[in-house]
Ligand binder design. Structure first.
Ligand SMILES: [Zn+2]
Length: 229
């Protein structure tokens, strides 16, 4: 009865985590449907990276336009031009302004809907342990709730498995996994500021640089500021 193929639908930002997620499912032999979201983030630059990495994996790629939704959620430094992107470390309380409310639930549910309609085996999200502190929609309890919600919403329909294989990994582990998988991280984009180069100072740049350093890998990223703050 099931027409499930070995399809995996990934929420795909074009950053380090979701690019490594693409490498992970590619290695496991899945056909990839990569779904990116334009929610009016100031770093739409990441969508160019997403397109480039999708090509690298010969993956089907879609950009879902949520700009009107993003515009209705003011107050996040990622979407509101009036709120500055803070410098610092991910765990700093100042990073709370980078929260986009309910983002992973919105994206995860859209990906799950697509996956059901396309009879995909898996929906995958790229959250990892470093996200847990400030992003409540990246925590294990949220993932369990999303699974339960999707399973009940799709009762009687094709229901994909919802996976987050990096949920308990640190960023450094993701850098190491990416190196193992040969993920083209030089093509990925993290910086919340979305300039020409990675700023090297915002939360996600700080986390990115530290990950390569701790992993003992050479960082392929070109930063505006080459010395760590
Ligand atoms: Zn940055």
């Amino acid at each position: 009865m099931s027409t499930a193929r070995s399809l995996a639908v990934l929420a795909f930002s074009g950053g380090m985590d979701s690019s490594t997620l693409a490498g992970h499912y590619h290695q496991h032999g899945h056909e990839l449907i990569l779904v990116s979201f334009d929610y009016g983030q100031r770093h739409t630059r990441e969508l160019d990276s997403a397109r480039t990495i999708a090509k690298h994996y010969a993956a089907e790629h879609h950009v879902v336009d949520l700009r009107t939704v993003g515009a209705l959620m003011p107050g996040s430094a990622l979407t509101d031009a009036g709120v500055e992107v803070p410098d610092g470390h991910y765990e700093d309380t100042t990073m709370r302004v980078t929260v986009v409310p309910n983002r992973n639930a919105i994206m995860g549910n859209i990906a799950a809907g697509i996956a059901s309609a396309r009879a995909a085996e898996v929906v995958a999200l790229g959250m990892h342990a470093g996200d847990h502190v400030i992003y409540s929609d990246c925590r294990p309890v949220f993932l369990d709730a999303l699974r339960a919600s999707v399973e009940s919403a799709l009762e009687g329909l094709h229901c994909p498995r919802i996976e987050a294989p990096f949920l308990h990994l640190r960023k450094v582990d993701i850098a190491l996994r990416a190196a193992e998988l040969g993920v083209p991280l030089h093509l990925s984009w993290s910086c919340y500021r979305g300039g020409e180069l990675h700023c090297g100072r915002c939360g996600t740049c700080t986390e990115r640089r530290e990950a390569f350093e701790l992993a003992g890998l050479s960082d392929p990223t070109r930063y505006e500021t080459q010395v760590a703050a």
